[in-house]
Design a protein around this ligand. Sequence first.
Ligand SMILES: [Zn+2]
Ligand SMILES: [Zn+2]
Length: 134
Amino acid sequence: MTITGQCLCGKVSYKIEGELQMSGVCHCKNCQRQAGSAFSVLFAVGDDQIEIDGDLTTYDDHSDSGNVVHRHFCGTCGSPVKTSLPIQPGQTFIKAGTLDDTSILEPQIHFWTGSAQNWVHIDENVPQMTGNPG
Ligand SMILES: [Zn+2]
Ligand SMILES: [Zn+2]
């Protein structure tokens, strides 16, 4: 299976070979701020599965535990495209809103539900973590 996606303006695009490794929803405050939304939807792929075309700008964010979180976005249109964590080498987390076809998505877990916005209702059948292992 080949999975494709791009930022809003199209200057950054990607191609993924194979299956997504995991898909989740992050309700942390930093994801809310970066996305300008209620949460971010992301999925993980191996670095060797993905090919990114175009230039990304990086903002070095930090998790509550002080670990660096590289947030990569399109410098032209601002779309958040991927996140990488030095503490999780070999994996790339892609912001799922950039997918061309989102019908393949089925988030398996919710992170940081302790800071979820009040109006957000989370499916009880999907595992939730009030924080995050990182
Ligand atoms: Zn763009
Ligand atoms: Zn987050």
